[in-house]
Ligand binder design. Structure first.
Ligand code: AMP
Length: 303
């Protein structure tokens, strides 16, 4: 049994106030699977790339025990491209362009040996494709779903059809406000949970993340970092750490969900330290445990 990750594989062009990079490895499935790979391999992925996707990226992902059997390569096709620009306040990002390319005609096919996966992470892609993935699964146990303003604005009704089918939904604060049409995040969380998912996580960038379940609101801080080079993929790395830890422990209790949120934040903090996926490529279990413990110390105090 392995986690099944579905999402985008991308070539990202990113500008921050400090640097810029062209056509670097990106995509929701890339970040999610890399982050999750530190908890339990192999990770099975489903996605699509064009012929132009560099071979070294494929090798790097395979070396992380990421099973690429479900990655379709479209001959003569162009890989999905995305470009983003971060403001001086790194929580604010403008999308400069989104080129769907091979995603426009993508029809996800889950490999036979992945259809019985129990833990599924639907990375940010078209909600219609996310639903098509779920249609092919046999008896999934825990479905985590991420999305983005692009789909909330462009495919809201399709997203609303998908939400009752997922267990945990992850969005950032501006996406939560956009989806619920409610500025207050606590009220927004109630509205979104009424759309279907029992578990909702609202990420607030460098201000941490909120976990909402039936009877709990849990707040996890973000790791206070002096050097944030590239916030791209932080949300996906969070999702990867979150599902990776839950899969490893096979424990979906409210207390364990809180730990999973901290592991999610831990992986996001490594992601933003370097450009593209570099911050997730060479980690050790010891480094992850160390940072997890530092998270615990951040909000521990004596009564
Ligand atoms: P995050 O910073 O966690 O929101 O994720 C950024 C990643 O999402 C980038 O690597 C992009 O390639 C990818 N991405 C951006 N827009 C889309 C989209 N509309 N569909 C799928 N993936 C996207």
């Amino acid at each position: 049994m392995a986690i099944l990750v579905v999402g985008s594989f991308a070539l990202d062009s990113i500008q921050t106030p400090f640097d810029r990079i062209e056509e670097a490895l990106g995509g929701s499935a890339t970040y999610i699977s890399l982050a999750a790979s530190y908890f339990s391999g192999p990770i099975k992925v489903v996605g699509v790339i064009g012929e132009d996707f560099p071979k070294e990226y494929i090798e790097m992902l395979s070396n992380h025990n990421i099973d690429l059997e479900g990655l379709e390569i479209v001959q003569g096709g162009k890989t999905f491209r995305w470009s983003g620009k971060y403001h001086y306040d790194l929580n604010v990002r403008d999308t400069l362009f989104t080129e769907l390319n091979v995603f426009e005609k993508f029809d996800p096919k889950i490999p036979e040996n992945a259809k019985r996966s129990k833990f599924i992470c639907l990375g940010n892609i078209d909600p219609v494709l996310q639903s098509k993935v779920l249609d092919q699964m046999e008896n999934p146990q825990f479905i985590v779903c991420d999305t983005m303003n692009f789909w909330i604005e462009g495919k809201k009704s399709e997203l609303l059809e998908l939400l009752p089918r997922v267990n945990a939904f992850i969005v950032n604060d501006s996406e939560a406000r956009l989806l619920s049409q409610e500025p207050n995040l606590i009220k927004a969380a109630r509205i979104i949970r009424e759309m279907g998912p029992q578990i909702l996580i609202i990420k607030k960038g460098e201000h941490g993340a909120l976990l909402f379940t039936d009877d709990t609101i849990f707040f996890a801080p973000a790791y206070p970092m002096e050097n944030i080079y590239d916030p791209t993929g932080a949300g996906d790395s969070f999702a990867g750490g979150f599902i990776g830890y839950l899969f490893k422990t096979r424990d979906l209790s409210p207390e364990n969900l809180k730990k999973a949120v901290i592991y999610g934040s831990t992986m996001a903090s490594f992601c933003v330290e370097k450009f593209s996926t570099k911050g997730l490529e060479d980690l050790s279990t010891l480094q992850i445990q160390d940072r997890y413990r530092q998270f615990l110390n951040l909000s521990r105090f004596d009564e």
